[in-house]
Design a protein around this ligand. Sequence first.
Ligand code: ZN
Length: 199
Amino acid sequence: MQYPEPIAKLIESYMKLPGIGMKSATRMAFYTIDMDESDVTSFAKSLISAKRDLHYCSICGNITESDPCIICADKTRDRSKLIVVEQPRDVMSLEKMREYQGLYHVLHGVLSPIEGKGPDDLNITSLVKRLQNDEGIKEIILATNATPEGEATAMYISRLLKPAGIKTTRLAHGLSVGSDIEYADEMTLFKALEGRTEI
Ligand SMILES: [Zn+2]
């Protein structure tokens, strides 16, 4: 038996989310139908607003409603340090730690030959530009994940920045190999930041 088109379409939409297969998508679709209309409306509005009202910061690449983002615009932050991360979610995780007061730069991915992702597919040009514009940055902390791609990306950036003579450090591996910044607890992140080493 085929589902009526509206529900088939809803199932199809849920299946676009990561880790959601046919079974879960079907369950979620039927659950949605049973929800109050006002809740469904607010859910749909949140989806649209998250997509329409959020942009990438023109300086650091983080997601933001305003441009520049609140971190880049905050004059009280330590402008001598800059943490390079893979995703906006990593900024959120590091901010939760409340220990770091410096700036960020979001790459939006890692180098991955398998997925055909090269330096031009990452937000690297704007990082180099920031250093050329001399925002007073003295240290770049490479906080890509401890995966082979994350390591390769950190190495690539450190080599790229070497001629500029800026100190480049890497988070210590209190973070276990293969682990993601996003899922690390605050204490682990704090230790990894404290124990960072020059590369
Ligand atoms: Zn920013």
